[in-house]
Design a protein around this ligand. Structure first.
Ligand code: ATP
Ligand code: MG
Length: 279
């Protein structure tokens, strides 16, 4: 079969000429740095690398009941007490439930404005009109997004992208609370770690009151620092000297040993117990 070659045209792969964008030397990029907002919780500020960065997105994950809403509520209460504009959005608990927690946390927590509004659209317009310095979304899985099942990976991603855009444009710091199972496998939060600036993980044991906060990712600071808290009736109390607390109860007995662990810039002393039976 005879094939006629097509007449030679423009070079294959050549694109039509268009005004190409001109890259800017980094030295000329404007980078006004707004001051960080201290949350007033020293252990949290240390993990963040020195407070909240305005316009940033923080994902706060942890197992059910660990204290995510408590620490977020306490941070907003401190910001409000310092004269900052705050907003607490709850798609998970009723306004009355959030109020009951705030009563536990103290007077300042009751000054935080709240919105029991599980739709993404409503949250975006509230951010637009209220322009808070910091806003907590509790939780990102409960936001209703048009045309996607709440809590599905698609909905969580869409909500996060829209919130990211709003946070940068309005200079609002957003703390998104996300649920994780013990295995970290629940649909949602893991899928959006790359979208957010900072991923914090709150962990602890069900039987004990100690809680540890660590950063798994931080675009504005190190990820090696940990914050230690204790859950009490009045909320989370900072444990500023973990070594004293962890080894304070240790007794010189067979099976108990004290060792120095490496965690961030503070090497805590911990007690390790081995319970051994003759068999
Ligand atoms: N009066 C109290 N005294 C001591 N601890 C309390 C008291 N009330 C609540 N708690 C603790 O607070 C925890 C709940 O905290 P919080 O609601 O902040 O958790 P969460 O991580 O937001 O949970 P969820 O996954 O349900 O949203 C409880 O599991 C309990 O340990
Ligand atoms: Mg909660």
């Amino acid at each position: 079969m005879e094939v006629t070659a097509a007449p030679a045209g423009p070079r294959a792969g050549a694109r039509p000429r268009r005004d190409a964008p001109r890259p800017t030397p980094l030295r000329e990029v404007s980078a006004e740095r707004s001051a960080r907002l201290p949350t007033g919780i020293v252990e949290l500020d240390r993990v963040l690398g020195g407070g909240l960065v305005p316009g940033s997105l923080i994902l706060l994950g942890g197992a059910p009941g660990i204290g995510k809403s408590t620490i977020a509520g306490m941070a907003l209460a401190n910001l409000a007490a310092a004269g900052g504009q705050t907003l607490y959005v709850s798609g998970e608990e009723s306004a009355a439930q959030v109020r009951r927690r705030a009563e536990r946390l103290g007077e300042a927590a009751l000054d935080v404005p709240m919105l029991a509004e599980p739709s993404l659209e409503a949250v975006l317009s509230a951010l637009e009109s209220e322009r808070p310095d910091a806003c907590v979304i509790d939780s990102v899985q409960t936001l209703a997004v048009a045309e996607a099942a709440p809590g599905s990976v698609g909905a969580v991603r869409e909500a996060t992208s829209a919130l990211l855009e709003a946070a940068k444009r309005l200079d609002v710091t957003l703390i998104l609370i996300g649920h994780l199972t013990k295995e970290g496998s629940l649909a949602g939060p893991r899928a959006l770690e790359h979208l957010v600036d900072c991923v914090l993980h709150f962990e602890g044991e069900r039987e004990r009151t100690f809680r540890t906060l660590r950063a798994l990712k931080n675009r504005f600071g190190a990820t090696s620092e940990i914050g230690v808290f204790e859950m009490r009736a009045g909320g989370l109390v900072e444990v500023t000297d973990p070594s004293a607390r962890f080894v304070g109860e240790a007794r010189p007995a067979a099976g108990s040993v004290i060792l120095c662990a490496r965690e961030g810039t503070r090497p805590p002393l911990v007690e390790v117990q081995a319970l051994v039976a003759p068999t």
